[in-house]
Every structure is written in C-alpha cells, then in structure tokens.
Design a protein around this ligand. Structure first.
Ligand SMILES: Nc1nc2c(ncn2[C@@H]2O[C@H](COP(=O)(O)OP(=O)(O)O)[C@@H](O)[C@H]2O)c(=O)[nH]1
Ligand SMILES: [Mg+2]
Length: 227
C-alpha cells in the first residue's frame, strides 16, 4: 500500500491498495477517444478504472497519452499552452481509461477562467471514484516548481493516490537528468515521509513507456483482485 504521509502527519488515506512494483508487460491493443466535458457527472458511467494525467499547461500530458497508446493523434497536443480546458476520456483495450485533465498554472487566463478550471480539476480529483491513480507530470528540465509542490501538498492533504512522471527527458543529458531527478526527490523528502512512485519519460523517444504501462498493469491487477 502506498501510504504517503506528510512529515507534519497530515493523515493520508488511499482509495486503493497497490501491490509491489514489478515489471509486467501491458499490451495496448486499442485506444479511442470517448468524451470531453467539464462536468464529472457527464463522464463515462461504466465504472472502469481511470488513470488521470495532470500538470502545468504544456508539460506534455497529451503527448504522454499519445506516446503510451502509440497514437500520435489520440489526444490533441499543442506547442501553445493552455489549450485543454476539458476532461478528456480515452478508453484503452475496452477496459480502462486514460484521462487527460486540463493543465494548471497557465498565466494568461482570467480569474474566472482559473476558478472554473480549478473547479473542474478539483471536482474530478476529489469526487471521481473511478480515478484509480493520478499521474502528476513535471518537466524534467526544471527545478521543483512552487505551483507543483503546492498541488502535490494538496493531494496529500486530501489522501489522493498519485505518482510523479518526469516529462521531456530527451531534452537533457543523462547526468543532468539524473541530477534533476535526485534534486526533486530530495525536495519531496523535505515534506514527505516517503517518495511516491516516480517515472522518467520522453514522448519523443518513448523512454519510460514500458515501465509506466507495467505499473498501470500492476495497479489494474490489484484493483481487479480487490473486487
Ligand atoms: N522534446 C519533447 N517535447 C515534448 C515532450 N512532451 C511534450 N512535448 C512538447 O511539448 C509541447 C506541449 O505538449 P502537450 O502534450 O500538448 O502538453 P500538455 O499541455 O501538457 O497537454 C508540445 O509542443 C509537445 O510536442 C517530450 O517528451 N519531449
Ligand atoms: Mg494537452
């Protein structure tokens, strides 16, 4: 069970228990877009597990979904930040969902637009029972960003199960990448008793694809065996 406790002992409860991480192959046979909306009441009602992707605008959420499914056209990507304002559901192998959430932290938004997005994001994360795991994406090139740290703290306070995924690993030299990941872990350990599962990925090179999919596969197994 991944029980991430904040140092100041904020209680953290997991909606699901995870078995230990091991490499297991997950084959993606098919993936298709199902629905986009801003209202969790209108999200799919078939009660299948959902793996959601969140992070700052432009961090690479949609690209990662396309990389995982090997379908460059599945989720809409853009070099312009701030494009996804909706919750997007993609069904994989007819069995579980990848969910592309709106990005946070895009500066050029009106106050009312920010509030609207925060409402969409928080209602999905806090109320969507099908959300099995949240992947928080962070740009591997950057030092820990305040907005991501605040978001991660908020997840902890609300007992939300999450993992961290570094994106754009291809843009760094190996040693810089390693150093940045270590720096991030150290930073997290200042606030957390233990680290969440951490993945390093590149949507350009598909680096990290097998590890991430095998983790999803393990989590799905544990969800199915718990039923
Ligand atoms: N080099 C590189 N570029 C990436 C990677 N992931 C995303 N990008 C680029 O970053 C920009 C934003 O990506 P997108 O997936 O739309 O970000 P989102 O706003 O978080 O959904 C696009 O121009 C992508 O091509 C990556 O792993 N490597
Ligand atoms: Mg996007």
């Amino acid at each position: 069970m991944v029980s991430l406790l904040k140092k100041e002992n904020v209680s953290s409860q997991c909606r699901n228990c995870f078995i230990a991480y091991r490499m297991k192959k997950m084959e993606i046979k098919n993936a298709r877009f199902v629905i986009s909306n801003s209202d969790i009441a209108k999200c799919p009602t078939d009660n299948k597990p959902e793996f959601a992707f969140i992070g700052r605008s432009n961090v690479g959420k949609s690209s990662l979904i396309n990389m995982l499914t090997r379908n460059g056209k599945l989720a809409m990507t853009s070099s312009m930040p701030g494009k996804t304002l909706l919750i997007n559901h993609f069904i994989v192998n007819g069995d579980w969902y990848l969910v592309d959430l709106p990005g946070y932290g895009y500066a050029k938004r009106s106050k009312s637009q920010v509030e609207r997005l925060e409402h969409i994001i928080s209602s999905y994360i806090l109320e969507r029972q099908q959300m099995t795991l949240l992947f928080v994406l962070v740009d591997a090139r950057l030092e820990p960003q305040k907005i991501d740290m605040e978001f991660i703290s908020w997840l902890g306070e609300n007992g939300v199960p999450f993992s961290i995924v570094f994106t754009k690993a291809d843009k760094l030299k190996k040693t810089d990448l390693r150093n940045n990941v270590e720096r991030y872990k150290k930073h997290l350990l200042e606030e957390w008793e233990e680290l969440p599962p951490i993945f390093v990925t590149s949507s350009e090179t598909a680096f990290g694809r097998e590890e991430l999919l095998s983790y999803i596969s393990d989590v799905l197994d544990s969800v199915n065996s718990a039923e």
